[in-house]
Design a binder for this molecule. Structure first.
Ligand SMILES: [Ca+2]
Ligand SMILES: [Ca+2]
Ligand SMILES: [Ca+2]
Ligand SMILES: [Ca+2]
Length: 511
C-alpha cells in the first residue's frame, strides 16, 4: 500500500505578479492563495481533487508518480506524469544488472523560477509570470531526472507583449526517451540500458562525456564517428540543428564539412547549443542513432544580431560603452557618419577601422589571437597580433558581407557592468531583427523574435539621417573573482514611461 496524490490537470492554475512577486491564484473555490491541489484545507470541499488520496496498489513496484515498472496493473491510475510511457523496465525475461530506477520527483504543484516541470504536466514553469524576451534554462522531464543519463536542459523564452509574459516551450534539451541498446541511460532513470539484455553496437554519449567537449565559435569541431561505432558500416549520416538565428537567416550559421563520411568537421559561428544526430547504417542494414548536444561557449558577453532581410537590408549592431551614457551619434540631423566612439560599432570595432577615431577601448586587455583569428577578418586580426576587446566580428553591410549575423563580443567584462544594446536600420526599409544575448555561453535573452516581433522598424536611411534606432536590452554582467563571466541579467527595454512594447525612435541619438 502506498499513498499518492491524485491530481487534476494543472492547466487551470494561474499566477500573476505584483512588485515582482509571483503567487498563485486559486480557481477551485478554496481560500485565496492556495493552489488547486490543496492538502491543508480539508474544509475546502469545492475541489474534487483536494487532499492526499490513498489508492490501493495491486502489487508490483511503484516508485511514485509516473514511474511504473510494469507488471503492476493498478498503478496505471497514477499517470500524473506525462512522461510515464509505461515501457521502462520490461525485462525480456533475462538477467540484468541490479539497478534501482530513481524516483521522478513529480510534485503536486508547480514551483516557479526553477525552469523545471515540477508537476510533470509537460510544461516547465507553466503557471509562472516572466519578463518577455528573457530566456532561462529549463528541463522538460520529471524534475529528479534532470542531468541524469542522457537528460539535459534546454532553454525557454518568455513570450508576450505586455509587462509580464508566460514561459514558452522548453526547447533544445534532451528529455527522457525510450530505453534502447546503446550504452546510454535514455530514459534518465539512473540505469543504462535497463530492461534490455544486450551488448550495445553503438555507444552514445551522455552530457559531460569527454567525446563531446564544449566548442568555441569559429573553431573547427571534429565529429568522429569511430568514437561511437567501430563496426562495419554501409553509411554515415550527420545532422546538426542550431539556435534562434538559424530560423531567420538564408543559410545556417554553421558549416558541416565532409557530410556522408564517418568523420566530419562542424564549424559554428555563434554561441549556443547545437543538437547533433549521428545515424549509422551497419553492414547488416541496422540503423543506429545517437543524439547529443554540443555547447559552443563563447566567453564573456556575446551579442548577436540577425534579421530576416539580411541580404537586402543593412542593419547595424551597437553596444554602448558601459562607463557612460553619452549619445550614440554626435548630432541629431546629420548622416550616419556622425557615429562616435561612445559605442562599439562598425566604424571602430572591426579588425580594420573605418571611422576617423581610434579603436574602441573600454579599458580591457586585448584578447589573444585565438579568440578571433578563425573568424571573419581573421587575417586582419593576425596582422594586428591581437583581438580587439570589445570587437565586432563582421559588419553585414550587404557589400562586405550579406546574409550573416553580426556578433559583438566583450571577452572580459567586469562584474556589474551595464551594457546597452542598440540596433540601427541603416537602409531604412522593413526588417525584423532579433537580438540574442549570451553570457558565459548561456543564452539569456532573445528579443524581437516571433511570436513577439518588432513592428515597423523603418525610417530614413542612415546615409542621410540617423533614422530608426531600436534600443533593445540592457545587460548587467556577473563576473567571478577569476574574471570569468558566469551569467548576466538582461532587461528588455521599453520606451521611457512604458512598461511594455519596443523602444524604437527616429532621429534621436540619445542613450
Ligand atoms: Ca509544469
Ligand atoms: Ca517549475
Ligand atoms: Ca534507464
Ligand atoms: Ca540505453
Amino acid at each position: 500500500m502506498r499513498r499518492w496524490w491524485v491530481l487534476a490537470a494543472c492547466l487551470a492554475l494561474s499566477c500573476t505578479a505584483n512588485n515582482g512577486a509571483v503567487f498563485f491564484l486559486d480557481d477551485d473555490g478554496g481560500e485565496a492563495g492556495d493552489a488547486r491541489v490543496d492538502s491543508r484545507t480539508p474544509t475546502d470541499a469545492t475541489s474534487a481533487v483536494d487532499g492526499p488520496v490513498t489508492v490501493p496498489d495491486g502489487g508490483g513496484t511503484d516508485l511514485g508518480a509516473g514511474t511504473d515498472l510494469g507488471g503492476d496493473s493498478a498503478v496505471t491510475a497514477d499517470v500524473t506524469s506525462v512522461y510515464d510511457t509505461g515501457t521502462s523496465g520490461a525485462t525480456d525475461g533475462c538477467a540484468v544488472a541490479a539497478c534501482t530506477p530513481r524516483p521522478t520527483g513529480c510534485a503536486p504543484r508547480e514551483t516557479c523560477g526553477n525552469g523545471l516541470d515540477d508537476d510533470c504536466n509537460g510544461m516547465a514553469d507553466d503557471v509562472c509570470a516572466c519578463v518577455p524576451g528573457t530566456v532561462q534554462d529549463c528541463f522538460l522531464g520529471p524534475p529528479a531526472r534532470q542531468r541524469v543519463g542522457a537528460c539535459q536542459g534546454g532553454t525557454q523564452r518568455c513570450e508576450g507583449t505586455g509587462e509580464f509574459g508566460r514561459w514558452g516551450a522548453c526547447q533544445g534539451g534532451i528529455s527522457p526517451g525510450a530505453e534502447v541498446c546503446n550504452g546510454l541511460d535514455d530514459d534518465c532513470d539512473g540505469c543504462a540500458d535497463n530492461g534490455l539484455c544486450c551488448t550495445p553496437a553503438i555507444t552514445c554519449p551522455a552530457p559531460g562525456d569527454p567525446r563531446i567537449p564544449d566548442g568555441q565559435p569559429f573553431a573547427n569541431y571534429p565529429l568522429r564517428g569511430g568514437l561511437f561505432y567501430t563496426g562495419a558500416a554501409r553509411s554515415w549520416n550527420w545532422r546538426v540543428e542550431g539556435g534562434p538565428c538559424d530560423t531567420l537567416l538564408p543559410r545556417p550559421t554553421f558549416e558541416l564539412l565532409g557530410v556522408g563520411g564517418r568523420d566530419v568537421i562542424f564549424r559554428p559561428t555563434l554561441s549556443g547549443d547545437y543538437r547533433v544526430t549521428l545515424t549509422v547504417v551497419t553492414s547488416t542494414g541496422e540503423r543506429l542513432t545517437c543524439t547529443w548536444i554540443v555547447h559552443i561557449v563563447g566567453p564573456g558577453l556575446r551579442v548577436e544580431l540577425c534579421w530576416d532581410t539580411s541580404t537586402t537590408v543593412d542593419l547595424d549592431l551597437y553596444v554602448h560603452d558601459p562607463r557612460n551614457t553619452r549619445p550614440w551619434f554626435d548630432d541629431t540631423s546629420g548622416p550616419n557618419t556622425s557615429v562616435n566612439d561612445n559605442s562599439c560599432n562598425w566604424s571602430n570595432c572591426e579588425a580594420v577601422l573605418r571611422g576617423t577615431g581610434l579603436r574602441s577601448n573600454w579599458g580591457y586587455r586585448t584578447s589573444p589571437l585565438s579568440a578571433c583569428e578563425n573568424g571573419p577578418h581573421g587575417a586582419d586580426w593576425r596582422a594586428l597580433g591581437v583581438c580587439g576587446n570589445p570587437r565586432l566580428d563582421i559588419d553585414n553591410n550587404l557589400s562586405k558581407a550579406t546574409g550573416v549575423p553580426e556578433n559583438l563580443n566583450v571577452d572580459t567584462p567586469r562584474n556589474g557592468e551595464r551594457f546597452r544594446v542598440m540596433v540601427q536600420n541603416f537602409t531604412g526599409t522593413a526588417a525584423r531583427p532579433i537580438v540574442n544575448v549570451y553570457c558565459g555561453g548561456h543564452l539569456r535573452a532573445t528579443v524581437g523574435g516571433a511570436p513577439d516581433t518588432l513592428p515597423d522598424f523603418t525610417g530614413r536611411p542612415g546615409s542621410v539621417s540617423i533614422g530608426a534606432m531600436w534600443r533593445a536590452v540592457d545587460v548587467v554582467t556577473n563576473v567571478d573573482a577569476t574574471g570569468t563571466t558566469t551569467d548576466c541579467a538582461v532587461t528588455p527595454l521599453h520606451a521611457p514611461g512604458a512598461t511594455s512594447g519596443f523602444w524604437v525612435t527616429r532621429e534621436d541619438p540619445s542613450y
